[in-house]
Design a protein around this ligand. Structure first.
Ligand SMILES: *[C@@H]1O[C@H](CO)[C@@H](O)[C@H](O)[C@H]1NC(C)=O
Ligand SMILES: *[C@@H]1O[C@H](CO)[C@@H](O)[C@H](O)[C@H]1NC(C)=O
Ligand SMILES: *[C@@H]1O[C@H](CO)[C@@H](O)[C@H](O)[C@H]1NC(C)=O
Ligand SMILES: *[C@@H]1O[C@H](CO)[C@@H](O)[C@H](O)[C@H]1NC(C)=O
Ligand SMILES: *[C@@H]1O[C@H](CO)[C@@H](O)[C@H](O)[C@H]1NC(C)=O
Ligand SMILES: *[C@@H]1O[C@H](CO)[C@@H](O)[C@H](O)[C@H]1NC(C)=O
Ligand SMILES: *[C@@H]1O[C@H](CO)[C@@H](O)[C@H](O)[C@H]1NC(C)=O
Ligand SMILES: *[C@@H]1O[C@H](CO)[C@@H](O)[C@H](O)[C@H]1NC(C)=O
Ligand SMILES: *[C@@H]1O[C@H](CO)[C@@H](O)[C@H](O)[C@H]1NC(C)=O
Ligand SMILES: *[C@@H]1O[C@H](CO)[C@@H](O)[C@H](O)[C@H]1NC(C)=O
Ligand SMILES: *[C@@H]1O[C@H](CO)[C@@H](O)[C@H](O)[C@H]1NC(C)=O
Length: 768
């Protein structure tokens, strides 16, 4: 039985403004399952606290002795030290002596659960060594409703299933390392345009119908909660015209009610909220006291917030602290390694030697080879012949940027604070899509961090050339460089930058495309490498006969060049797959531009998610639009065969409704297939399972397994389909249901390269 009642929303007239019906009271954390011991300890400590002390846990305070993005209050009387909260996705931000990991999008392109978990563990250890209690990630939103989204690269994929799986691995990794994960941004935070209220204009309202919310945007948050995420960040935007951090239907109703989330909900920095947000389920405000300030205690005294609500906030926050073992005497003092870098300090080296192979393997794994043409009778452009005689390197993205700083975007000098002020309203033109100051290994702002070094492509190629005796030419500045006619291959490096704070202007830029075309006009073996903080179209040059190979290199982190060289020379083999659809043209995406752009005079931007779940490949499939490279696509140096599909049960599943959250994770069907490396070299295949659910998009990803295979080797890939995997959200019943019907099962190498097809049949049965 649900602990909260949902108000019945009457169908809205077409012109009516979307609303979010309130849901009260705020469910108290129950502390069941993995949370049981942590709740018992938290309750013991909270019982000893005064109201002021409990309230102290729920807000931030300034601390002069560290640069943490936030610090909670402490409880000196009971010896509770408080917590440091800090960014984020690529590693510990704004500090020294840390690693810069592959970015979220790059991890998404790896489709590698194990490597994602390892990355989470090692990154988590670095946060811990620095005394960061709460790492402000990973991202399950934005997913990437608009391909122009400035923060899409911080997340793993536009696909909720892929995002959910990799968020779960990351959360488990962080928390196994002793750091509280903060799954963000809850929810509908899909664009930077109008992302916050400014100058009398409200933040964009994401108006999302209930079924789309559940089947798309909430889906990866469900995986995160299931994996034990100890905190969740509510977002800057509005949903149905109520700010996310004030939205009781979302926090009380969906998150703490329906998903039975036992952790705490924290505010995105200075996000809009009010005192009543406490009743809406918000547990912590940041970076300071927000609108709660000293008033939360007053509100308890005059009855507008109950003391039990404040007790619940403190219990949830402390339970998270206990859950990951931060009560241990070896947890470092909060913020100990987060000194102001301009002041004299003894740096805390947070790096773990054992992370080095994980960093490099991660950098390798997110490169996606999309074209690899024959250049001789049987030899393809890549991998290079053992010792190429001469390589020519072109493009602004080939070498290291001139300055290193702690924020990748400021480092490259693209943005003035004045531009920032304009850009938040979505009206300013900011920087060209390409970052021309050097190679990019990460996107901009909160998701970025400073790498110890950058292995850039040109340096890495030269290091290899020194060993092989290869002659290297380079010109990284000319828009129309001369090409030595003896070049064995020409490499052109371009990029597409994106950052928190703005949405992108487009999905390709003319200057970079022109550079590729000019080199290709003079060089019969032109290899294009695109570092990209999001989708970057390739149609201006991909069919040029002299463009023999193309690599979507995404955002590899510190080991970028080293990883690329291993791939170009075949020391490692391409195993990345696109975590998005690469269209032929911008207009092919079902949603392209962020909403509100160009509507200069609106004070209440409305984003109606009328496309529902029809985004990316779900929309390309449904509308029969041919992409350039489909979701899940990527080439290898070898080939793979698929055989022996088996389904269990073969028939006789009964239609039914889920009876609660636990039930959703029960396995209802098993699918197996054999994958064989049919080529001459070793390689990794990413076997993918798509399901055709009745009354839904033609195909939806519901399983993937990455398998390393030697030539001739076979492996069985196994997929377990849970009740949730087969379900749709029943808006009327407010529950997940498995409908009766025929469910095609597709197993193959991409969303369009289906190798094996089967069918699951669900018959009418007794409904729960
Ligand atoms: C937003 O409004 C739609 C349309 O009425 C409704 O289906 C959905 O449940 C609402 N969502 C929230 C979070 O209030
Ligand atoms: C609240 O936290 C601040 C900052 O850590 C601390 O100085 C203060 O003593 C705390 N107040 C109480 C009542 O414990
Ligand atoms: C995961 O990766 C680690 C490190 O590469 C490896 O030792 C381990 O065997 C892998 N585990 C699985 C289940 O593949
Ligand atoms: C708290 O309430 C008082 C009035 O009761 C108000 O002046 C103050 O600005 C409020 N906000 C904070 C953050 O304390
Ligand atoms: C109770 O106190 C809070 C915080 O000062 C204030 O905002 C609110 O208006 C008060 N409510 C009543 C009913 O007095
Ligand atoms: C670090 O110290 C410098 C110099 O005192 C100061 O200007 C800057 O604001 C400090 N940075 C932070 C994040 O506190
Ligand atoms: C391909 O490159 C060669 C130079 O090796 C050049 O002669 C030829 O015109 C190029 N082809 C095209 C279509 O530009
Ligand atoms: C490509 O997309 C852009 C942006 O949506 C649009 O203006 C243009 O007409 C499209 N071109 C083609 C050939 O469809
Ligand atoms: C926006 O408002 C300004 C001033 O009120 C007006 O001059 C301008 O025409 C309006 N623009 C649009 C697109 O409505
Ligand atoms: C509900 O689901 C749980 C977990 O799968 C199961 O043990 C229980 O029997 C189910 N109850 C009903 C009434 O179907
Ligand atoms: C990668 O492929 C190359 C040939 O293209 C082969 O020689 C090599 O063994 C493979 N390496 C790995 C690590 O699979």
């Amino acid at each position: 039985m649900r602990s909260v009642l949902y108000s019945l929303a009457l169908p809205l007239a077409a012109a009516a403004i979307a609303v979010s019906p309130p849901v009260h009271p705020s469910p108290e954390g129950k502390g069941t399952g993995r949370w049981a011991d942590a709740y018992a300890s938290a309750r013991r400590l909270v019982r000893q606290m005064t109201l002021e002390e409990k309230a102290n846990l729920t807000r931030g305070f300034t601390r002069g002795d560290n640069v943490c993005a936030g610090n909670t209050g402490s409880v000196p009387r009971l010896g509770w030290p408080g917590m440091c909260l800090h960014d984020a996705g690529n590693g510990v931000r704004a500090t020294d002596m840390v690693s810069s990991y592959p970015a979220g999008l790059h991890v998404g392109a790896s489709w590698d659960k194990n490597l994602t978990y390892q990355r989470g563990v090692y990154m988590g250890k670095e946060f811990r060594a620095k005394g960061v209690n709460i790492a402000l990630g990973p991202n399950a939103g934005p997913l990437g409703r608009t391909p122009l989204g400035g923060r899409n690269w911080e997340g793993f994929s536009v696909d909720p299933y892929l995002s959910g799986q990799l968020n779960a691995e990351t959360i488990t990794g962080y928390q196994d390392a002793g750091v509280i994960a903060n799954l963000k941004h809850f929810i509908g935070n899909e664009q930077e345009t109008y992302r916050r209220p400014y100058f009398g204009v409200e933040a964009a309202s994401s108006n999302i119908d209930d079924r789309t919310l559940h089947e798309y945007y909430l889906w990866p948050f469900m995986d995160g909660v299931q994996a034990g995420a100890a905190s969740i960040m509510c977002s800057y935007n509005r949903v149905n015209n109520t700010y996310s951090c004030e939205n009781s239907r979302l926090i009380n109703g969906v998150l703490k009610g329906e998903l039975a989330f036992d952790g705490f909900v924290m505010l995105d920095w200075n996000a809009q909220h009010n005192l009543d947000s406490a009743n809406a389920g918000l547990d912590m405000v940041m970076p300071l006291g927000g609108s709660w300030g000293q008033n939360l205690t007053q509100a308890v005294r005059n009855g507008s917030v109950s003391e039990s609500r404040v007790t619940d906030m403190a219990t949830r926050i402390l339970a998270a602290w206990y859950l990951v073992g931060q009560d241990s005497p070896d947890f470092p003092p909060p913020g100990v390694g987060m000194k102001n870098l301009t002041q004299p300090h003894d740096p805390v080296d947070a790096r773990v030697p054992a992370s080095k192979p994980v960093l490099l393997a991660g950098a390798v794994a997110g490169h996606v080879l999309v074209k690899n043409a024959l250049v001789e009778d049987t030899r393809r452009a890549l991998p290079f012949a053992a010792r190429p005689a001469m390589l020519s390197v072109f493009g602004y993205d080939a070498s290291v940027p001139p300055t290193k700083n702690t924020d990748a975007l400021f480092q490259l000098g693209y943005m003035s604070s004045q531009e920032m002020g304009q850009a938040v309203l979505g009206t300013a033109r900011h920087f060209d899509q390409a970052a021309r100051g050097g190679t990019i290994v990460v996107g901009g702002r909160a998701g970025a961090n400073a790498p110890p070094y950058i292995s850039d492509p040109l340096s890495a190629i030269q290091r290899r050339a020194a060993v092989d005796g290869t002659w290297v030419n380079w010109d990284l500045t000319s828009p129309d460089p001369d090409v030595n006619g003896a070049s064995s291959a020409c490499l052109v490096f371009i990029n597409a930058m994106a950052t928190e704070g703005w949405d992108r202007d487009g999905l390709h830029d003319d200057a970079s495309d022109a550079l590729v075309l000019r080199v290709a006009a003079k060089c019969a073996n032109t290899v294009v490498v695109v570092h990209a903080a999001g989708i970057r179209l390739v149609d201006r040059w991909i069919e040029h006969p002299n463009v023999t190979a193309a690599v979507l290199a995404h955002l590899p982190g510190q080991d970028s060049g080293a990883a690329l060289v291993r791939l170009l020379y075949g020391d490692d083999n391409f195993s990345g797959r696109l975590p998005y659809t690469l269209a032929r043209n911008e207009s092919d995406y079902s949603v392209y531009a962020p909403c509100g752009r160009g509507r200069d005079n609106t004070t209440s931007p409305q984003c109606d998610y009328t496309e529902g779940v029809y985004l990316d490949y779900r929309a390309f499939d449904a509308r029969n639009v041919t992409p350039r490279y489909e979701f899940g696509f990527g080439l290898s140096y070898t080939t793979f065969d698929y055989s022996a599909l088996s389904l269990a049960p073969e028939a006789g599943l009964c239609a039914s409704a889920g009876n609660g959250t636990a039930d959703l994770w029960a396995t209802l069907a098993r699918v197996e297939a054999t994958v064989t490396n049919s080529g001459a070299v070793a390689g990794d295949e990413v076997a993918q399972l798509y399901l055709g659910i009745p009354d839904s998009p033609p195909k939806q990803l519901r399983g993937f397994e990455k398998v390393p295979l030697r030539p001739g080797e076979s492996a069985t890939v196994r997929f377990e389909l849970t009740r949730r995997d087969l379900s749709v959200w029943d808006v009327t019943g407010q529950r997940w249901v498995v409908q009766a019907g025929t469910y095609p099962v597709y197993v193959g190498a991409s969303s369009r390269d289906v190798r094996l097809t089967g069918t699951l049949v669900v018959v009418e049965g007794a409904s729960a």
